[in-house]
Design a binder for this molecule. Structure first.
Ligand code: KG4
Ligand code: ZN
Length: 337
């Protein structure tokens, strides 16, 4: 059995994982630094970097008490996109381990991690596939002709879906991060049809825009004519319908056999069930990771690293140079090196 290490530190989660050559998780330890963000209702980059400095080595040490790190064949880490200070902490840990263990270092794109997470629990999907990444920083549609080739067919023009949840929740005083709290309130609310317009619904574009919905939501909330629960249920439904509409429109323009849904917003039950019914009707395979693997975690980074390393081992160095280790702004269509 071969083992592979993953390190994730692009935002406010310190996470370390070991997976094996069947993409099975052996260890996954994640420490979220939510308290640090909750005080400010948003992420404070410097504070979060300090938490990574404290927690990443501690998590490695914890794993090393039960697992012999010399069995690691390759080290994958998030090289971008993300907060520069946070990425650097994980990258330097990965670099040091690569030198100590004399094993190759594989920089991973955070979004490739998200869209590969399902492999930790399910068989590979059939291609072509539509990858739908919905997180706090990204909302993106990509056609994958195979696991390594893709075309971006739609993305957000302003806020990401998770950002829309977070900003609307913050406005109503629900706290941070807004998505899960808003979803919890929505569970006991009623959807009020026609209250919000589905953004970009009359447009042929596969791009998203959530900033108008945010403004509309603030106006409705200020009117105080609706309960918090009904407001949350209606916002949640509108965001889920918006994502599903662009997926439907993608199917009219492109042909694909499967849909891979990933990113933190993919934890949302309303979105999962709406998309699941759509895929059942259309005969499409739907791959969604379980909730703990939709949120940022190092197992998805190890999985994407393993996929890419097996594809072309010659690209990755066993004695890596120190620079560049990260790309804070890394368009997914560009290669790291
Ligand atoms: O992928 P992720 O963990 O971090 C980024 O890479 O951005 O996504 C975090 C986002 C946050 O905006 C959070 O509010 C949202 O995912 N989120 C949810 C739910 N759980 C997390 N949004 C809606 N419903 C949820 N249940
Ligand atoms: Zn993420």
């Amino acid at each position: 059995m071969a083992y592979f290490l993953g390190i994730e530190s692009s935002c406010d989660d310190s996470s370390i994982a070991v997976i094996n050559d069947s993409y099975k998780i052996e260890y996954l330890l994640t420490q979220s630094h939510l308290e640090c963000s909750q005080v400010f209702q948003g992420i404070m980059p410097e504070n979060v970097s300090r938490e990574h400095v404290k927690y990443l080595p501690a998590l490695i040490e914890k794993i090393s008490k039960e697992f012999d790190l010399s069995l690691i064949e390759m080290i994958a880490y998030t090289a971008g996109p993300g907060l520069a200070g946070s990425l650097l902490v994980g990258a330097h840990l990965a670099h040091s381990l690569s030198l100590i263990l004399n094993k190759p270092l594989v920089p991973v794109h955070h979004l490739d991690g998200h869209q590969t997470a399902y492999r930790l629990e399910q068989d590979e999907v059939s291609y072509p596939a539509l990858s739908v990444i919905v997180s706090g920083g990204h909302t993106q549609l990509m056609i994958l002709s195979d696991p390594f080739s893709f075309e971006i067919i739609g993305k957000t023009r302003d806020d990401a879906a998770g950002e829309a949840f977070d900003k609307i929740a913050k406005y109503t005083g629900l706290g941070f991060p807004g998505g899960p709290i808003l979803a919890q309130k929505a569970a006991t609310g009623q959807i009020i049809k026609g209250l919000f317009t589905i953004p970009m619904s009359s447009s042929e574009t596969l791009d998203f825009s959530f900033s108008g919905l945010k403004t509309q939501a603030m106006r409705v909330w200020d009117d105080q004519k609706i309960s918090l629960e009904d407001f949350c249920a209606t916002i949640e439904d509108t965001i889920a319908q918006t994502i599903c509409l662009k997926i439907k429109q993608s199917l009219a323009k492109y042909s694909f056999k499967s849909i891979i849904l990933s990113g933190g917003v993919a934890c949302n039950q309303k979105l999962r069930s709406t998309l699941s019914s759509f895929c059942d009707k259309k005969g499409l395979r739907l791959a969604i990771p379980s909730s703990r693997l939709c949120a940022d975690n190092a197992a998805m980074i190890a999985a994407a690293g393993l996929k890419n390393w097996l594809h072309d081992k010659s690209r990755y160095q066993t004695n890596p140079k120190l620079s560049p280790l990260i790309r804070s702004h890394w368009p997914i269509q560009e290669s790291f090196y």
